[in-house]
Ligand binder design. Sequence first.
Ligand code: AMP
Length: 415
Amino acid sequence: MTAEPTEPVLSGFRSLNLMAPLNDALDRAGYTEPSPIQSAVIPVAMTGKDVIGQAQTGTGKTAAFLLPFMNRWRGGNPLKPQALVMAPTRELAVQVAEEAEKLSPSRHFKTVPVYGGQRFAGQLAKLQQGCTLIVGTPGRVLDHLTRGTISVEKIRYVVLDEADRMLDIGFRPQIEKIMRKLPEGRQTLMMSATLPADVMKLKDRYMHDPEHVNVSPAVLTVEKIDQKYITVDEDRKTELLLKVLGREKPRQCLVFVERKRWADRLYRSIKAHHVTAAAIHGDLPQPQRERIMAAFRDGKIKVLIATDVMSRGIDVSGISHIINYDLPNDLESYVHRIGRTGRMGADGMAISFVMPDQGDVLTEIEHLINREIPVDRVEGFEAFTPRVKVNKSDVPAKASTPVFGRNRRTYSKRL
Ligand code: AMP
């Protein structure tokens, strides 16, 4: 008996049936296998359906939302953009635009990033030369729409990236105004690590029967990251940081602090020891932020002290260590901060400095990630159990759900 001739089985990105120029671009980028979010989002978005993608940065979500549009693009009037991506921070907007350039199916496919802090005239000149895709922060996008310097007429593909973060930052009024101006009948994708009520409201208002794709809840993506904590008094944190940097010798390290001023102050205290250190935060002029990011991406800066403006989306593959010099104010930020290492499944190390009265914060973080964070020992910094300030009756509701069983133990151990 002779075997029936069979269709060749396509594997990797080929199985997604993207057009040839995109497959070529993916080859050039060195992407062979689609990541889980890409395998899940791309086929659905290619059918034209609205999609809610629950995924964190570092999982390949940018290509997941760019490729379906690029695959459908067939030229058109270059003066009328056809797609709009909105992102919460300038850095993320630049990064999405860079990914779009990397995967661009043709030299006629033009991407223009628009964001605050950059001269309006420069952006306007680029927009006037024509573009296919606009990637911007909501404030600046709205500014252009109001002035009539971006035409919305042909926009048929819209992405809200990090929707939860955009709403946190207070972009909601701008996003709503923008969405109302966009043509009906467009396709809308919303990417969000979490789905708080505000995000769901946006979904109900601006999407039609979206398909919900959830491949990587934020907590899962941090599983490969080695996490530890060290207890330390506030006035010895800088000394501890220098010790930890000396011991770990990170390839590249992001050090998170709570306030912009503290970032500068810490930078001044360590720069004599670490000449390849820098600080970045929202008060720096945009060109300086861009220079620092470029140097960090190129590996010229090894230790970057940052506020949470950096905790989302920043994708620098060399980051081997995250140090939470200050614990984050909101718990979700912990996951986003440490997700700056361990990109696309690589390993990474996250070390958190915990002050003696921050035991409860540490415990809440453990609840969130459903994992016990072990203590790290550093000579001269005796490990002691951080004090938990709360009473048993204050145990967060989450602690009683069975899924957090392991951490319930942690919690009582520290009480
Ligand atoms: P993102 O989550 O979009 O920020 O992507 C994280 C990193 O993974 C970026 O550096 C991408 O260039 C890279 N990346 C995205 N998709 C793939 C893939 N399928 N294979 C290898 N690298 C990828």
